[in-house]
Design a protein around this ligand. Structure first.
Ligand SMILES: [Zn+2]
Length: 58
């Protein structure tokens, strides 16, 4: 649990021209093109969680 894993690395298959910086933490992320998102994986998941008004499957 002491290992600081790099969670914001861009996907290896993401072309360099589609890479950008997270709007929140400036980490490299797949920002442009198909499947792109202005947020890194961490913040994208955070935003998606906030978008859900309530848990659908519970
Ligand atoms: Zn981020």
């Amino acid at each position: 649990m002491t290992t600081a894993a790099p969670v914001n690395l861009p996907p290896p298959q993401c072309p360099p021209q589609l890479l950008g910086h997270c709007a929140r933490c400036q980490a490299p992320c797949h920002r442009y093109g198909v499947g792109g998102n202005p947020l890194c994986k961490t913040h994208k998941a955070e935003a998606e969680a906030l978008q859900k008004p309530r848990p659908a499957a519970l």
